[in-house]
Design a protein around this ligand. Structure first.
Ligand code: ADP
Length: 592
């Protein structure tokens, strides 16, 4: 730029020297011509004197000088206007350069529509932005129009027409324009029409800005806004649901507590507050175990803690809870972990006062106990007399009478067994199951039970085997109850094993302090889906009901209670149709 300025000055100086040389030359020519013209007139008019010649010469010279001065003045004025014009051009050029530089520096393109000649100039940056080559070829407005995306076309032309018609002070439009690679670019055009002194529209100059990034950000923002809107809707739905649940829990008649995973109380509902007399603030953040009295069996508290540690469900109706006024009540606690991504986030606890239910249960059990007890005497009398009849103690019976007397005897026997079992169960439930530990040999017990059940074994042609480890120690337990355990297990094995099946009992020592045993049969087995109920009171599996409709479902309940009361435990393995094995462990020195 600076170089161009210097050149212009230099060229101006040279032109100045030339013009003045030319002027002096013209002056010289004029003076010479006035001299020759005056000479010529002097010769034509011979009569003229020398003074006339001088006068001619002076006049010629004056005219020449005058013409020369006029010539110089006009040259000077022309030069001044040329110089003015040049500086205007210079200023214009500088301003255009600055403008172009500013536009290219801002990363914007420019296009200029000469409306009179209908040609469009697209700046270098405009071409670069869209991947077109900068060219000197004349482009028409249609070139630009054809690049507009069809979806934006009408809106852009509408905006342009609105500006041309004067309805809008500017032309501005955001639209997609096709680049040289066939894809579309979002641009923002803004410009205005330039009018000449007569108010006629001569050009439209537009600045084009690439707004793809802004558009992308806008789109992302719109997407994000929509997502947020959805999330907000979801959240308000959730809030509504939560409110519904909260209201349901709030107005539930069952006492409910919600705790942190570590047991600190988070929430209690109205029913719980009514039942215990505590307000929420009395118990907030306290560990809910403070609600249970020391009378709650320790093993229950330990098992509850273990379940919570493992994030498992826990249920027990053996809790003794305390109210705010220190009164106690029987509570049934059901703890349910609520998990998220495998981790317990809180516990919901149903905490019911079951004092009344327990009282009714006790009353029922007492009634069963009393009834069973009272039934034993008449049942025993029936047994004696039916025995007497069958044995001929009252005179010989004919075959028909014998048959019916035998039926009375068998049914009576079953009834005695049932009453005996009911009595035992009610004793277990009432906690009055007395144990009288003595030294007892399990081998002897098993042998005696087998002997007792020999008629049934023979009837079914079962192969039985009893194995005992050498030097099996005697254990310290209630002999009657031990007999009851093996009676039940071996009777079941016989009952649920088809003819010609096998039964094996094995008793051995485990370590110094325990005896382990197993009772194995090749019978009907226990259906998989009913295995978890086998030790429940009165439960009988479907296949057992079909095989022997007369069972009570009380035997295993009693067996389990006896073994556990003796400090041992019992479990089984079974496969339906393939047999069952019960495994038991009993301490050599029973704790009870
Ligand atoms: P039941 O009088 O019905 O035998 P129990 O309490 O002794 O009552 O047994 C409960 C249930 O356990 C039985 O009804 C039967 O379904 C199942 N069961 C017990 N022992 C066996 C066994 N050895 N084989 C198959 N099922 C058995």
């Amino acid at each position: 730029m600076f170089k161009n300025k210097k050149n212009t000055r230099f060229l101006g100086g040279a032109r100045f020297v030339g013009i003045y040389t030319l002027s002096l030359f013209v002056l010289f020519l004029m003076l010479a011509s006035s001299f020759f013209i005056s000479q010529y007139f002097y010769q034509i008019h011979e009569s003229s004197s020398v003074s006339i010649l001088i006068a001619y010469n002076l006049l010629g010279s004056l005219i020449s000088i005058g013409v020369f001065v006029l010539f110089c003045l006009s040259i000077f004025s022309i030069r001044k206007s040329v110089s003015n014009a040049q500086s205007v051009v210079q200023v214009l050029r500088q301003s255009r350069d600055r403008y172009a530089l500013a536009i290219s520096g801002s990363g914007e393109g420019l296009w200029d529509w000469d409306m009179k000649n209908d040609t469009v100039y697209f700046s270098e940056h405009w071409n670069k932005m869209l991947g077109y080559k900068t060219t000197t070829e004349v482009r028409k407005i249609e070139f630009w129009e054809n690049l507009i995306h069809e979806k934006d076309h009408d809106a852009v032309l509408e905006a342009l027409n609105a500006h041309i018609s004067g309805a809008r002070p500017f032309f501005d439009a955001k639209y997609r324009i096709r680049n040289n690679f066939g894809s579309f670019l979002w641009v923002y055009d803004r410009g205005r029409i330039v009018k000449d002194e007569n108010g006629e529209m001569v050009r439209l100059t537009i600045i084009t800005r690439d707004i793809s990034n802004i558009k992308r950000a806008e789109d992302a923002l719109v997407g994000r806004t929509q997502q947020l809107e959805l999330a907000r809707e979801k959240l308000s739905d959730e809030v509504l649901n939560t409110k519904k649940f909260q209201q349901a829990v709030e107005s539930a008649t069952d006492p409910i507590i919600i705790t942190h995973p570590d047991g600190r109380i988070l929430y209690t509902n109205n029913a719980w507050q009514l039942a215990t007399g505590y307000g929420f603030t009395d118990v907030e953040n306290k560990n809910f175990s403070f609600l249970y009295s020391e009378k709650t069996p320790r093993k229950i508290i330990l098992s509850m803690k273990a379940s919570m540690k493992e994030g498992e469900v826990f249920t027990s109706d053996e809790m003794i809870a305390t109210r705010k006024d220190d009164t106690e009540y029987n509570a049934e606690l059901s703890l349910f972990p609520v998990t998220e991504k495998g981790a317990t986030i809180f516990y919901t606890a149903l905490h019911q006062d079951v004092t009344k239910r327990k009282e009714i249960d006790v009353a029922k059990t007492e009634f069963v106990s009393l009834a069973s007890h009272q039934l034993r005497t008449p049942l025993s009398i029936i047994r004696w007399y039916s025995e007497m009849l069958i044995s001929g103690g009252m005179g010989d019976l004919n075959e028909g009478q014998k048959k019916y007397a035998q039926k009375i005897y068998d049914s009576n026997k079953r009834m005695i067994e049932l009453v005996g079992a009911l009595l035992n169960v009610s004793r277990i439930d009432l906690g009055t199951f007395a144990m009288n530990p003595k030294k007892v040999s399990l081998a002897t017990v098993v042998k005696e039970v087998f002997a007792e059940l020999d008629p049934e074994i023979k009837k079914k042609s079962l192969v039985v085997k009893a194995s005992f480890e050498d030097e099996l120690p005697e254990i310290y337990a209630d002999p009657g109850l031990m007999r009851m355990v093996f009676q039940n297990l071996i009777t079941n094995a016989i009952k649920y094993t088809p003819d010609n099946g096998r039964i094996a009992v094995f008793v051995k020592k485990e370590g110094e302090s325990n005896i382990v045993f197993s009772v194995k049969d090749s019978g009907i087995g226990i259906p998989e889906e009913q295995k978890n109920k086998i030790f429940t009171k009165l439960f009988r599996a479907d296949n057992a009901r079909e095989t022997d409709p007369a069972g009570t479902g009380l035997g295993l309940y009693i067996v389990k209670a006896i073994i556990e009361k003796s400090g041992g435990n019992i479990r089984f393995e079974s496969k339906e149709g393939a047999g069952t094995t019960f495994y038991g462990i009993i301490p050599v020195n029973s704790t009870s």
